[in-house]
Design a protein around this ligand. Structure first.
Ligand code: ATP
Ligand code: MG
Ligand code: FE
Length: 330
């Protein structure tokens, strides 16, 4: 079965083609350089660029996969959560294609896409498993009972983990997106130099809070003269605090749910310290941890095609009334 995936929820325009769950092509065109100068994604500009990029990215994906259009069996598209204008570009394109080819359409939740990215690398992965879903807009612990039965065990009550990375990077005067910058800088820093707070670490639920941590970083930076801020140590100590909280709760969720597999998902899963610590804890606690390769952590259409493929097999599909749902929940 050949599935075409389309992703335009934020600032990546991406089209991928999967054959029975294997990647034939996965073209990602990022707008990061365009939004950089604004310090974040500008929704209107993002939508305009999706509109001009999508046909080009689509053509490239078809050419690379070396298939003809009539071989496509299913069109899978992100319908939320995300920026309304950006989502509409992908959905309209997908509907047009579905109509033109007479092939079924399925709307996919972008967050489920991030989770199912793991099926690309780990085809033998099967529910139940626990997910640490950490991205620019989301921080959640999920229990995947079945591919179409996902329970949210906990989530952030304020900032997402990626958002905290981006905001702390801004406080430190680093570039956008901040996550990779903090990751890089931390390698030369002392992670034990500053003992930042770990909000809600011992709370009885699986929720998170990162805004207080961000403020603590701000106060620490303000104690130094501009030229003497120990950026490396602050970055490393902040990163350690975030990772401590994320992993402690995730492993607790796995134990309490009697589940022996944890998977990481979302852009923050690209963080090298998180990946290393998750691996260490996995060995210590004897719980399997699966981590997607970097290219499947951040936004891509292969994960959307994979989610469409899995859910279509469960009997789920959409029709031409599919609409964008900017605040779509699991
Ligand atoms: P969402 O998926 O919630 O809609 P999004 O699609 O914008 O949001 P992703 O593309 O999954 O988010 O991830 C982007 C986020 O990941 C950014 O906040 C970025 O700073 C963060 N990120 C990327 N690489 C790293 C890294 N190495 N360390 C920490 N954070 C990172
Ligand atoms: Mg992005
Ligand atoms: Fe994302």
């Amino acid at each position: 079965m050949i599935v075409l995936g389309i992703e335009t929820s934020c600032d990546e325009t991406s089209v991928a083609i999967l054959s029975d769950g294997k990647i034939l092509s996965n073209v990602v065109s990022s707008q990061i350089d365009i939004h950089k100068k604004f310090g974040g994604v500008v929704p209107e500009i993002a939508a305009r660029h999706h509109l001009s990029n999508l046909p080009i990215v689509f053509k490239k994906a078809i050419d690379m996969a070396n298939i003809s259009l009539d071989q496509i069996d299913l069109i899978s598209v992100t319908y939320g959560p995300g920026l309304i204008g950006a989502l509409l570009v992908g959905i309209s394109f997908a509907k047009g294609l579905s109509l033109r080819l007479g092939k079924p359409l399925i709307g996919v939740n972008h967050i489920v896409g991030h989770v199912f990215a793991n099926y690309i690398t780990y085809p033998h992965l099967k529910p139940p498993y626990i997910v640490l879903m950490v991205s620019g807009g989301h921080t959640e612990i999920l229990l995947v009972k079945e591919d179409d039965k996902i329970e949210v065990l906990g989530k952030t009550v304020d900032d997402a983990a990626g958002e905290a990375f981006d905001k702390v990077a801004r406080i430190l005067g680093l570039g956008y997106p901040g996550g990779p910058e903090i990751d890089k800088l931390s390698k030369n820093g002392d992670e034990n130099k500053f003992n930042f707070p770990r909000p809600m670490l011992d709370s009885k639920n699986y929720n998170f809070s990162f805004s207080g941590l961000k403020t603590a970083v701000l106060y620490t930076v303000q104690k130094f003269d501009n030229d003497n801020v120990p950026k490396e140590d602050i970055a490393a100590s902040f990163q350690k605090a975030v990772v401590d909280i994320l992993l402690k709760k995730t492993f607790k969720a796995a134990k309490n749910s009697n589940v022996n597999t944890i998977v990481l998902a979302g852009g923050v899963a690209a963080n090298s310290y998180l990946r290393k610590k998750a691996q260490e804890l996995s060995e210590k606690q004897n719980i399997k941890v699966l981590i997607p390769p970097l290219e499947f952590c951040t936004d891509n259409a292969a994960m959307i095609a994979m989610a469409g493929y899995k859910l279509y097999k469960k009997g789920i599909s959409s029709d031409l009334t599919l609409e964008a749902v900017p605040n779509l929940k699991i």
